[in-house]
Design a protein around this ligand. Structure first.
Ligand code: HEM
Length: 225
């Protein structure tokens, strides 16, 4: 595997870990949350530099249904990331508290909440859309699984996604996405690992959804990509 591909994988894994830590907000500490958020911005820029070929070709070539969906998803990720960052800068009480920003907090709170939770879903779907490609890259590192192992892995994925659906409801993620709740509930007695585990399964649910959405569109339209 080329060094660039290895860096790409390392950046993607770091972004996934950062996203999960960011969703814990105060459980990881207010200041830590802000620094991880700033780190996420740097990783995001790096991710775009490493995938620069994709952006350069944005206006070139034919748009198949898969490509169109993939591009729309990237735009949604970009918007939610911008929303999280801009509102985060306004809300900052630690890392960026020196900035002379004294208004717009109420708007920023709403924007931060909606961007964070929609962004979590969009980023997971985006990951799922590129799942086959990433598995292809990982396949160069590990041996190809046999037929039985492939089905076993699929069954495990279904179980995890099933639990993810339960965790999505238990954690009220839908009501944060729709702004039905103004405040996010965090139980500080709960171990952070359990909270992250639940969010990992919610992410897995949307990774699966993204992966199968792509397969479905590809099959229906007979797209080659
Ligand atoms: C992708 C990036 C980010 C994600 C996914 C994220 C996620 C979250 C989540 C889930 C919460 C708790 C729910 C809420 O109150 O909205 C939160 C709150 C907060 N975040 Fe972030 N965040 C990100 C970036 C940042 C950055 C860059 C900063 C500042 C430098 C920041 C500062 C804050 C602050 C101050 C709060 C508390 C808001 C309040 O007072 O209610 N966040 N974030």
């Amino acid at each position: 595997m080329r060094p660039r591909a290895k860096v790409k994988i390392a950046v993607d894994i770091s972004m996934t870990i950062a996203l999960l830590l960011l969703m814990t907000y105060e459980m990881v500490g207010q200041a830590a949350h802000e620094w991880i958020g700033i780190g996420m911005l740097l990783l995001f820029v790096l991710h775009h530099i490493l995938n620069g070929k994709w952006s350069k070709n944005l206006l070139k070539g034919k748009y198949t249904s898969v490509r169109l969906m993939q591009t729309l998803l990237v735009i949604c990720v970009l918007l939610s990331m911008l929303g999280s960052m801009i509102s985060g800068v306004i809300l900052s009480r630690h890392a960026l508290s020196f900035l002379p920003i004294h208004s717009g907090r109420a708007f920023a709170r709403t924007l931060h909440m909606i961007s964070a939770y929609w962004g979590f879903v969009f980023m997971s779907l985006h990951l799922g859309f590129h799942w086959s490609m990433m598995m292809g890259m990982a396949g160069k590192l590990v041996k190809k699984p046999s037929g039985v192992r492939k089905w076993l892995l699929r069954a495990i994925a279904i179980l995890i996604a099933g639990y993810g659906m339960y965790a999505f409801m238990k954690r009220d993620v839908g009501s944060y996405m729709l702004l039905r709740s103004q405040f996010v509930f965090f139980d500080f007695e709960e171990p952070i690992a359990l909270f992250m585990l639940d969010y990992m399964t919610i992410a897995a649910l949307f990774v699966c959804a993204g992966h199968y959405m792509r397969q479905l569109v590809r099959r229906k339209k007979g797209d080659e990509k």
